[in-house]
Each structure stands twice: as structure tokens, then as C-alpha cells.
Design a protein around this ligand. Structure first.
Ligand code: ADP
Length: 577
């Protein structure tokens, strides 16, 4: 922490990528560095505390609504900020210091939202832990992060108790219960009791904007999960960008329902964006079934939802099955990301509810908004089918984020919409190193972050993800996009979902195998799928076989888990050519 007014704060400037500080080098003219003139604006730290204070001053009347185990909980930002103050004080009383990691093991709720600000604004680090991970991954994550305190939802205690004996650094367990019953002291401290005993006022420290504010682990599809550490500065800049109409276009009048969990890449920044603009916030708790979400959207007049395609797709199917049961007339923005938005979901939302889905790409490592698809006004004259095709891309890099695509040989590829290579990005909310991880060297190239995604970029700058480097089918030295094949198959009216994997082939190294889930009651054959694909993809991309499965396995955040399918079908016998 640096006190405001120190030489560090008053004269620091970053020029040409180098840090200049005339506090350290007195011989430099305070206004000039070489030929460059120093701007004379305040070097005001970009910290989350400014958002908290803004909400306190300007948005006290706005509501925060949570679905809890005992019904709907409702209060205002005024109540919220007061409880955040108490929570920060309570943590201080427990001995939490700057830089300490404070974990959450919780669903989306008002208490989780309180932690989201109390912890970083007091100088500690909110570490959101994905409650759906395997037990050994969870134990690894808590220990690797060195968490001192953990907030646990009462409903998640049975899971937490299973891993608790393996946790080496936790000193305090704080239980968040909805039923008002006292928490067994042998299990942990009671969140509400802690707040009740804490002072009403808290003096927030002035933080360096580069102070860590949060921490989140990637899902760890291979090896241990990797730790991403966010700074206040990164989150503030990300929030400012997210609110703009070129990205998510979130404003004060919005009512946001974050279906995406708060432990998944900062709930895509929605909690911060809501706080900055003073939007009404709705938290679904653990109730993520369509039958729970639909009435919540209707009753709270939700305008903006965000979720992965599997969850938004399930919601859409549910609404379709009971037309008119729930009004979606308040919705104006549906943000879908985390995996590619299927064309039928995009079209369905437009046709049935009049909303174009906003398709976004991002990663835990990119805070997450790396790119968002918003059509340019210059596309207005394009035929509808071309506009639709563009909507399905991952869009333009976010402001301040730079993107490039690289060949396997390390050459930058042209932006022609055809050449595809590894997507690399850099920017103020892109990771510069994983926390305490030996794999750092392989994840960066000349100051760019290697995303592990394979993409094209077209002449307009629109990114289209073709695959992940580990999912792309390597056939005879050429790459086949498993995602493109899946999308083409999912256009079949009798297909519920489909995943394509590369399976060993003696001649071609790998060939595509389509794993298809038929819609209930539909009868499909391999020949029908292959016939349907003809003319939609290059002939040499056609899968060598189709298998029918009961469901595509999903990861902890609802994405297709292709490694399970790869394992299941690794010895799949190819039909005779
Ligand atoms: P992981 O899936 O590895 O647990 P993330 O949740 O951070 O971690 O997911 C990041 C990955 O999700 C990206 O690298 C990309 O492969 C995929 N992804 C995110 N958004 C999209 C999108 N709109 N379309 C396709 N893939 C996406």
C-alpha cells in the first residue's frame, strides 16, 4: 500500500512500456522523460473501493434480490454497503491482513456479493472456488492458494466437510446459512453473528491499483488447475469497458440476473459492472433449473442474463415447451459465452423472444471479456444470412485488448477469415503469469498470452473460434475444426446435441468421430447424419463414423467434456472405407 501523495503516487508514469518514477531518479525533469512530455492528470488509483463508494453515494435505493433456501431475500444497495463495511471490519477482527487469501465456496447470493467487495476493498484477495470441482482438485486449490479464511454456503457444507481434513492453511470457516438457525461452533463461525458483532464503520485503506483483488483457478482440463490473480486495476478497467454499448451495454436501468456462477471467471464481471452503474441485481442461489430461472426473470423483470450455452439452451427449451407460461418481455440482453453459441439457440431467442444473443469469448485468464460480438453499423446493408453468420462469431477484441493468430511455426497469420492459428492476446486485463506455476514458460510468447484456442480473424477484425488446440482433429497434417462439425450437425432438426472428437486412425493419425444425442423420440442413423452434412462441410472433413450417445458429458462449468468421450471411444473401430 502506498499512501496517497507519496512520490510514488504523484509522479509515476508508464511510457513506452517502461516504468519511470522520478521519486527514484531525481535527475529527471519532472515534466519530461527524454522527448516525451508527462501528462498532468492525477495518478488516481483504479480500485474497487471507488465503485463501493459510488454505490453508497448514488445508488442506495436500488435493489439486490436473492433466491435463498427460505424464499426471496430483498434489500437495497444502502443495506448492502453497510453490511460490506461490517464484513470488512469482521475480517479485520479475525486477523485478516492485506494480501491474505479469503476463499468463497458458495453459490450466487447477496452474501457472496458482499464478500466480492468487502475482501478486496480491505486489501485482501477474494478467492472464488468452483464448488463443482472434484474433491482432490478442491483440496489442491485451497492449499495452493494458501487460503486463511473460507466462507461456505450451508448447503455446500457436506462437500466442504469431505475435503476439510486435507486443508492445510484455513484458520476460519464462516458458514452462510439462510434458515437463521445458529451455526454449530464446531463447524464454523456464523456469518450473520459475525456481522452483528462487527463495528458499523470501516476505514478502507488507500490501495495501490496493482494490489491483488481476486483469484480464480482454471478448470484444469489437463494437470492441476492454474491460478489467475486479478488486480484492482484490471477489474476496474474491465468493468468500464464491459459497461460500454460496444460490449455488454449495461446501465443503471438494467436488472441483471447472473446465472453464470460467481466462481466462474468473476461471473463474467457482472457483479462489478452492476455495482459501478448501480443496476438492480438478482442472484439465483443454487436454483439454476429452468423452472426456477423462468419465474425469477418474469417476476423481477430481468433485463439482462448471462450464462453458458448449455444453461441458456435448457432455459430456452423449457420456455418453448410451455409457450406463454412465463413472459420474457423484460429481457433485452442475453449474454452467452464460455463455449460457442449454437446457431439454433441464437435464432430461437430472436424468433421467440425478440432478443439477439450477445456472443462473447473469454477465459478465466482474460477476466474474462476477450471479445464480444456486436455488429458494426456498416454491416446494416448485408444480407440477413451474412449478418447472422457474423453474430455467431466471437466478435471484435474488447477495447484495450489486442489479438493475433499464430501458426504452429510461430508466424503471425493474415486476417483473412480463412487462415487459422493459435489465438494470442494481450491487454490490461489479460494474465501476465499464473500464480506460482511451473507451466508459465509455455503459456506466453513475446509478452502475449497463448490462449490455446484456434481461431480465424477476418478483415473486419472479427474473431471466429475454430477449436481448442487440444480438440482440433489432426488429420494427415491438416486440422479439422471439431466445433464447426458440431455446429453443422446440431442444425439437424432431430439432433439434441453433438460432440466431435479426433480418434486414432492408422492412416491419417486422427479422424473425426461424431457423438450424437438424438432428440427424444427421434430415430437417426449414421447415414442420415452424413447425408445431412454433405455440402455443408468440406468432403474430407466428413466424420468417418457416427455414434449415438445418451448425453454429452459436461465439465464443472457446463461445457462439453470431450476428454471423457475421447477416453470412451479411444479404440473405436472405424468402418471399412
Ligand atoms: P476452462 O473452460 O478451461 O475451464 P474458462 O472457463 O476460462 O476455462 O474457459 C475458457 C475457454 O472457453 C476458452 O479458451 C474457449 O476455448 C472457451 N470459450 C469461451 N467463450 C467461448 C465462445 N464464445 N465460443 C467458443 N469457445 C469459448
Amino acid at each position: 500500500m502506498a499512501p496517497r501523495g507519496s512520490s510514488h503516487w504523484s509522479t509515476r508514469a508508464r511510457l513506452g512500456g517502461r516504468l519511470f518514477c522520478n521519486g527514484a531518479s531525481r535527475s529527471i525533469d519532472p515534466l519530461f522523460f527524454g522527448d516525451a512530455m508527462l501528462g498532468l492528470m492525477m495518478d488516481y488509483p483504479l480500485t474497487l473501493t471507488t465503485f463501493l463508494e459510488r454505490a453508497r453515494r448514488f445508488h442506495g435505493k436500488k435493489e439486490i434480490v436473492s433466491r435463498t433456501a427460505t424464499g426471496i431475500h430483498r434489500y437495497t444497495y444502502k443495506d448492502y454497503v453497510q453490511r460490506v463495511d461490517r464484513l470488512a471490519g469482521a475480517l479485520k477482527m479475525l486477523g485478516v491482513n492485506q494480501g491474505d487469501r479469503v476463499a468463497t465456496f458458495a453459490w450466487n447470493s447477496f452474501r457472496h456479493f458482499e464478500i466480492y467487495f468487502a475482501v478486496p476493498c480491505m486489501g485482501a484477495v477474494t478467492h472464488t472456488v468452483n464448488a463443482r470441482l472434484y474433491h482432490d482438485q478442491l483440496a489442491y486449490i485451497f492449499n495452493h492458494a494458501g487460503d486463511r479464511v473460507v466462507f461456505v454456503d450451508a448447503s455446500l457444507l457436506p462437500v466442504f466437510e469431505k475435503i476439510r481434513p486435507q486443508l492445510k492453511t484455513i484458520q476460519h470457516v464462516i458458514v452462510m446459512a439462510d434458515d437463521g438457525k445458529p451455526v454449530d461452533p464446531k463447524v464454523g463461525l456464523d456469518y450473520e453473528a459475525l456481522l452483528a458483532d462487527a463495528p458499523a464503520h470501516f476505514d478502507y485503506p488507500v490501495l495501490d491499483e496493482r494490489t491483488a483483488s481476486g483469484m480464480c483457478y482454471t478448470s484444469g482440463t489437463t494437470g492441476h488447475p492454474k491460478a489467475v490473480v486479478y488486480s484492482h486495476r484490471a477489474i476496474v478497467l474491465h468493468t468500464l469497458a464491459a459497461a460500454t454499448t460496444g460490449l455488454l451495454g449495461i446501465e443503471e436501468g438494467d436488472t441483471i440476473l447472473s446465472i453464470v456462477p460467481m466462481f466462474h471467471a468473476n461471473a463474467w464481471g457482472l457483479p462489478y459492472t452492476a455495482m459501478m452503474v448501480g443496476a438492480k441485481m438478482v442472484w439465483p442461489g443454487p436454483f439454476l433449473q429452468p423452472a426456477d430461472l423462468a419465474p425469477l426473470i418474469e417476476q423481477e423483470r430481468v433485463t439482462c442474463i448471462g450464462g453458458v450455452p448449455t444453461i441458456i439452451g435448457a432455459l430456452y427449451q423449457y420456455l418453448k415447451q410451455a409457450p406463454g407460461k412465463h413472459s420474457m418481455s423484460s429481457l433485452r440482453r442475453v449474454i452467452v459465452g464460455g463455449s460457442a453459441c449454437p446457431p439454433n439457440l441464437m435464432m430461437g431467442f430472436k424468433n421467440d423472444f425478440g432478443v439477439w444473443i450477445t456472443h462473447a469469448w473469454g477465459m478465466t485468464e482474460t477476466t474474462p471479456l476477450g471479445s464480444v460480438c456486436v455488429l458494426k453499423s456498416t454491416f446494416a446493408g448485408l444480407p440477413p444470412e451474412d449478418q447472422f453468420r457474423i453474430r455467431l462469431t466471437q466478435g471484435l477484441p474488447s477495447p484495450l485488448v489486442e489479438a493475433r493468430i499464430m501458426s504452429e511455426a510461430g508466424q503471425e497469420l493474415p486476417w483473412d477469415g480463412v487462415a487459422f492459428g493459435e489465438l494470442q492476446v494481450r491487454g490490461p486485463w489479460v494474465i501476465s503469469a499464473y500464480f506460482d506455476d511451473p507451466r508459465n514458460a509455455e503459456c506466453f510468447q513475446d509478452g502475449w498470452f497463448r490462449t490455446g484456442d484456434v481461431a480465424t480473424i477476418d478483415g473486419e477484425g472479427f474473431i471466429q473460434l475454430v477449436d481448442r488446440t487440444k480438440d482440433v482433429v489432426k488429420s494427415g497434417g491438416e486440422w479439422i475444426s471439431s466445433v464447426e462439425l458440431e455446429n453443422a450437425i446440431m442444425l439437424h432438426p432431430d439432433v439434441q446435441e453433438a460432440a466431435v472428437i479426433g480418434v486414432y486412425h492408422p492412416k491419417w493419425q486422427e479422424r473425426p468421430l461424431a457423438c450424437v444425442v438424438p432428440k427424444e423420440g427421434a430415430t437417426l442413423t449414421s447415414a442420415m447424419i452424413l447425408e445431412f452434412l454433405k455440402g455443408k462441410v468440406a468432403t474430407w472433413w466428413l466424420p468417418n463414423d457416427v455414434v449415438f450417445i445418451e448425453g454429452v458429458p459436461k465439465t464443472s462449468v457446463g461445457k462439453f467434456d470431450k476428454k471423457v468421450l475421447r477416453e470412451r471411444f479411444k479404440a473405436h473401430p472405424w468402418p471399412e472405407a
